[in-house]
Design a protein around this ligand. Structure first.
Ligand code: ARG
Length: 455
C-alpha cells in the first residue's frame, strides 16, 4: 500500500516505481524501523497525542510484525520502502489505530533515525571484531619477542627487528582504528526523530523521551540538519576505508612473506586455495581478496561523498543512495576482519628463514658503523668503511658475520675481535632499547600496555 496518492490522478509508471522503490534494500533496516516506531508510539500515548489504548495496540502490533519478520512468517511485499511496508502491515493487522502511528513524523526523520541506529550498531559490532583481531596480534607478539627478522625500507632489507615488533606496528594501527570508532560513536549519539519532514511539528512531542528510549544520549538540535545529515555515515565509511587500508598493507606483506622466495610464513591449508591446473600451488587467496576488497570500500566512501556534495537543505531523494553501498562496505569490512583474524590465528612462522634472511641482507651494517664510531672513527668515515666491507662481502658471497678478522683488518685496522659480538643479530636487536624499539626488553614494556588496553 502507498502512503500517498490523494493528490494524484494517475498511477505511477512501472519503470518509475522500480526506479524509486527502496524496499529491495532498505528491508535490512526493518528492526531499526520497528524499534523506532515503537518508541514513537509510546511517546505519542504518553503525551496524550493518541490514546493509551491506541498506543498499546500499535506497540503490540509492531512487536508482532517484528517477530514474524524475524521468524520468516511474514514476507516483504512490493511496498515502496520499509516504512510504507511496516505501516501498511500494521494497519492491515490492527485497523484504524495503525493509521495514527505516523502522527508527528515524516519518513525523512524516520529514515534518518533508522540509518543512524543501524550505523551505531554496526560500529559497536565492528569494535568487538577489531578487539578480537588485536588479541590475535598480541598473542603473536608475546610468542615472538626474540624471533629475529629483517626490517625493510623501500622493500630492501634495512635493520634487524623482531616479528613481535613488526606485528606491533599493526597493533598500533588497529588500536587507532578502534579509537576512531569510539570518536565516531560519540558524535553519532543524537536522535533525529521528532524533526518531522524538515521543520519539526506542531504536536507536543517529547523528543528527550524518544532519544532515551532508543539509547541515544540526547535529541538533535536542528530539524533541518537532522533530516539531511549523513556525515556520520561518511565518517564511518572513512573509518572503514582506513581499516581496509591497514588490512591491505598487512595482507600484501603476508603475500610477500608467503611467496616462494621468502617463505617466512605458512598460511594454513584451511585458509589457502589451490590451482585448477598447477598441482603444486597453494595460493594466499584470502590475503589477496581482502587486499582487493579495499577498492569497493573506498568506492563507497567516494560515492557517498559525491552524492552528498552540493545537496541543498533539507531532505533530497538523492540521499536514498546512502544505503546499498554503505551496507555492502560495512558487511565487507566485518567479513574481512573476521577472515583476517582467522588467517593470523592459524598461520605459522618459519623462524629459521627469517633469521637467515636477516643475516644475508647486511641488516647489521649500521651496527658495524656504530662500532667504529664507538672506537673514535667519525660517522661519515665509518659509513664509507662499512660500505667497503659490504662490497667485499658481495664479491665473495659472504655476510658480515662470516668475514675473518684479517679480512676486517685489511679494510680498517680499528676492527678487533669484539666486532663479531657487536654485529651479532641478537646484539643488534637487544641494544635497541628505546621505547618503541624492537629489543625484547622494550617490547615487554609495550606488550604490558597493550594487555592493559585489551582488558
Ligand atoms: N527511501 C527513502 C530514503 O531512503 C526514505 C525517505 C523518503 N522520504 C521521502 N520524502 N520520499 O531516503
Amino acid at each position: 500500500m502507498k502512503l500517498w496518492g490523494g493528490r494524484f490522478t494517475k498511477e505511477t509508471d512501472d519503470l518509475v516505481f522500480n526506479f524509486n522503490e527502496s524496499l529491495s534494500f532498505d528491508r535490512k533496516l526493518y528492526k531499526q524501523d520497528i524499534t523506532g516506531s515503537i518508541a514513537h508510539a509510546k511517546m505519542l500515548g504518553k503525551q496524550g497525542i493518541i490514546s493509551d489504548d491506541e498506543a498499546k495496540q500499535i506497540v503490540k502490533g509492531l512487536e508482532g510484525i517484528l517477530n514474524d519478520l524475524n521468524s520468516g512468517a511474514l514476507e516483504f511485499d512490493n511496498s515502496e520502502d520499509i516504512h510504507s511496508f511496516v505501516e501498511a502491515t500494521l494497519t492491515e493487522r490492527i485497523g484504524d489505530a495503525g493509521k495514527k502511528l505516523h502522527t508527528g513524523r515524516s519518513r525523512n526523520d524516520q529514515v534518518a533515525l533508522d540509518m543512524k541506529m543501524y550505523t551505531k550498531e554496526e560500529m559497536l559490532e565492528l569494535k568487538t571484531l577489531i578487539k578480537t583481531l588485536l588479541a590475535s596480534i598480541l598473542k603473536v607478539m608475546e610468542e615472538n619477542t626474540e624471533t629475529i627478522m629483517p626490517g625493510f625500507t623501500h622493500l630492501q632489507k634495512a635493520q634487524p627487528i623482531t616479528l613481535a615488533h613488526h606485528f606491533g606496528a599493526y597493533f598500533e594501527m588497529f588500536k587507532r582504528d578502534y579509537s576512531r570508532l569510539n570518536c565516531a560513536l560519540n558524535r553519532i549519539d543524537q536522535c533525529p526523530l521528532g524533526s518531522g519532514a524538515l521543520a519539526g511539528t506542531t504536536y507536543p512531542l517529547d523528543r528527550e523521551f524518544v532519544a532515551k528510549e532508543l539509547g541515544f544520549k540526547e535529541p538533535t538540535l536542528n530539524s533541518m540538519d537532522s533530516v539531511s545529515d549523513r556525515d556520520y555515515l561518511i565518517e564511518f565509511l572513512s573509518d572503514l576505508s582506513i581499516i581496509m587500508m591497514h588490512l591491505s598493507r598487512f595482507c600484501e606483506e603476508i603475500c610477500i612473506w608467503n611467496s616462494n622466495e621468502y617463505r617466512f610464513v605458512n598460511i594454513d591449508d584451511s585458509y589457502s586455495t589451490g590451482s585448477s591446473i598447477m598441482p603444486q600451488k597453494k595460493n594466499p587467496d584470502i590475503a589477496e581478496l581482502i587486499r582487493g576488497k579495499t577498492g569497493r570500500v573506498y568506492g563507497a566512501l567516494m560515492s557517498l561523498l559525491t552524492t552528498m556534495k552540493s545537496l541543498t537543505l533539507a531532505y533530497n531523494k538523492d540521499m536514498q543512495e546512502d544505503k546499498e553501498l554503505a551496507f555492502d562496505a560495512i558487511d565487507t569490512v566485518k567479513g574481512c576482519v573476521v577472515l583476517f583474524t582467522g588467517m593470523i590465528d592459524t598461520m605459522t612462522f618459519n623462524k629459521d628463514n627469517m633469521e637467515n634472511s636477516t643475516k644475508m641482507g647486511f641488516t647489521n651494517a649500521t651496527d658495524a658503523a656504530d662500532y667504529l664510531v664507538n672506537k673514535g672513527v667519525p660517522f661519515r668515515d665509518a659509513h664509507g668503511i662499512v660500505g667497503e666491507l659490504v662490497l667485499f662481502c658481495e664479491k665473495n658471497n659472504k655476510s658480515l658475520d662470516d668475514m675473518t678478522l684479517d679480512e676486517y683488518k685489511a679494510i680498517s685496522d680499528v676492527f678487533e675481535e669484539d666486532i663479531f659480538d657487536a654485529i651479532s643479530l641478537e646484539t643488534c636487536v637487544n641494544k635497541r632499547l628505546t621505547l618503541g624499539a624492537p629489543s625484547p626488553e622494550s617490547m615487554q614494556r609495550v606488550i604490558a600496555i597493550y594487555k592493559e588496553f585489551l582488558k
